[in-house]
Ligand binder design. Structure first.
Ligand code: ADP
Ligand code: GLC
Length: 484
């Protein structure tokens, strides 16, 4: 099948979170299954054209937007053998930050991503690549099905085109004022509760849910959660009405990028059968963060967007008590200024126990995965979560809240039977997190049990091939609907 995988971020070109990892890895697995899959993203300032060997293939692509016609250029590069297209429009994308600067959204995000969505449809026409399925991801590409089912409805070229819409995070919907409709070149007839309207606003994500053939999320648990009021962010009704078309496919991870036996970034390579190098990585991590190099002191780690979703406040609440259990804590993250401040204060209070890096640093994230003992993810909700899977690969034990993909991937360790790969708790309170950390640290003091737990963790396999086959099945279902 011919698939165009549309994403607002794709590793290694441009990344703010897990969507980029998925967009950089899943297409490779689908290519291996024999599909003609191509990826498309905006050519942001952050995209290094020289480093990635990009070349301009189309100098002028006409794209209707905001009642006029703008032009874009198209560049091409590759992720392995998967072609990647880049939409260049410097007024929109040649600036600091993919979506925001200093915590503030770019004021023209609606136009930037309406343009991207419209441009990628025009791109398929210009390069004569007619997708069987447009695979769209999150609100930034949610107008693709909206355009295909409305604007391009009568256009024979796009008659057979299906759309799969993947929800990576329902918390970000692309909510804008009603005037956005005209900016996106969409007619007022779409502004209804059965269309793009959402409590008086334009909601891109909702439009994606309404006009796609099939919808999936990135774990089975989250696909059920989002159909409830607690997790639906107001869209549970729409999702329930499409219930038969909603499914969950767990993300995989890219073991080419994330494997301790061949990771070029970490201080020493190691594996399940030869784990000695992990101690070297731990010492390196402690050194990197200026913490005392103590092999026996457990290191707890966080790598995260600092956002309410991630339950970071629960960590802040219990941090003093955690550190009092003779532990070290390192955090790599960036996000809400209030949360950043809390950890700066904690670092000032406990300089020999807290390591802090406020920023985005992929290299450091590998060193943390390799060197830490325990990885904390107390998320309030988590569509899938990748870091718990990276942690398992590096023998770093995840301690998670039982939600979404965290619940689907982590089974509590049972010391009597020697089964399980981590620690899990249900109640979203600092006290419950603390009690779970206490249990984990008790087990850490039993080296035989802890070794067993690490071996279980490192035996887990989340390679993409299984999930890619599930995506293939969805593509097939969509294709069959369109040929009927
Ligand atoms: P989300 O997409 O909700 O942020 P995921 O767990 O799916 O959560 O993916 C987050 C990805 O972003 C992981 O690859 C993680 O290592 C990375 N990441 C998050 N924050 C940082 C940071 N400050 N520096 C480097 N990588 C980060
Ligand atoms: C989102 C989610 C995260 C998921 C990622 C990739 O940003 O918050 O849980 O792993 O997308 O699907």
């Amino acid at each position: 099948m011919r698939i165009l995988f549309a994403s607002s971020e794709v590793a290694p070109f441009a990344k703010t979170g897990g969507l980029a990892d998925v967009a950089g890895a899943l297409p490779k697995a689908l290519k291996t299954l024999g599909h003609d899959i191509r990826v498309v993203l905006p050519k942001y300032r952050a995209v290094d054209a020289v480093k990635h060997g990009l070349r301009r293939i189309l100098p002028r692509l006409s794209v209707p937007i905001a009642g006029t016609v703008e032009t874009a250029a198209v560049w091409e590069g590759a992720i392995g053998s998967v072609p990647a297209y880049f939409i260049q429009q410097d007024d929109y994308y040649d600036r600091e930050g993919l979506y925001q600067v200093e915590g503030r959204d770019h004021p023209d995000n609606a136009e930037r991503f309406a343009f991207f969505s419209r441009a990628l449809i025009e791109l398929t026409r210009a390069v004569a690549f007619t997708p069987t399925v447009y695979h769209c991801n999150d609100w930034q590409t949610a107008l693709v099905p909206t355009y295909l089912r409305n604007t391009y409805q009568g256009d024979p070229e796009f008659q057979g085109a299906g759309v799969l819409f993947t929800v990576h995070n329902l918390g970000y919907q692309g909510l804008f004022k009603p005037a956005t409709l005209a900016v996106a070149n969409l007619g007022p007839e779409l502004f209804t509760p059965f269309g793009i309207e959402f409590y008086g606003k334009v909601n891109f994500l909702k439009a994606g849910l309404v006009w796609s053939d099939l919808i999936n999320t990135v774990s089975r648990k989250y696909s059920q959660e989002i159909q409830t009021e607690e997790f639906g962010h107001g869209l549970e009704g729409v999702l329930r009405s499409r219930g038969r078309d909603v499914s969950g496919i767990l993300n995989g991870i890219d073991y080419e990028e994330w494997h301790p036996s061949r990771d070029p970034i970490i201080a020493s390579r190691f594996s399940r059968d030869d784990p000695a190098g992990k101690a070297v990585c731990k010492a390196d991590l402690q050194r990197t963060f200026g913490l005392p190099e103590r092999p026996e002191t457990p290191v707890l780690a966080v790598i995260s967007r600092l956002a309410a979703q991630k339950g970071i406040d629960l960590i802040a609440e219990s941090l003093d008590a955690i550190l009092a259990m003779d532990a070290q804590f390192v955090l790599l993250g960036t996000g809400e200024p209030g949360l950043e401040k809390i950890f700066e204060t904690a670092k000032a209070r406990h300089p020999s126990r807290v390591g802090l890096r406020l920023g985005f640093d992929v290299g450091l994230s590998h060193k943390i995965e390799a060197g830490a003992d325990i990885f904390l993810m107390p998320s309030r909700y988590e569509p899938c979560g990748l870091n718990q899977m990276y942690s398992l690969a590096y023998g770093t034990i995840p301690l998670v809240r039982a939600t979404g993909g965290l619940d689907d991937t982590i089974q509590p360790f049972d010391p009597a039977r020697g089964t399980g790969n981590g620690f899990k708790f249900a109640e979203a309170t600092g006290a419950t997190l603390l009690a779970t950390v206490r249990r984990a640290l008790e087990l850490y003091r039993s080296p035989d049990q802890w070794r067993r737990l690490i071996r279980n963790a490192m035996a887990c396999d989340f390679s993409w091939d299984r999930s890619a086959k599930e995506y293939e099945a969805l593509y097939q279902e969509i294709a069959s609907r369109h040929t009927r």
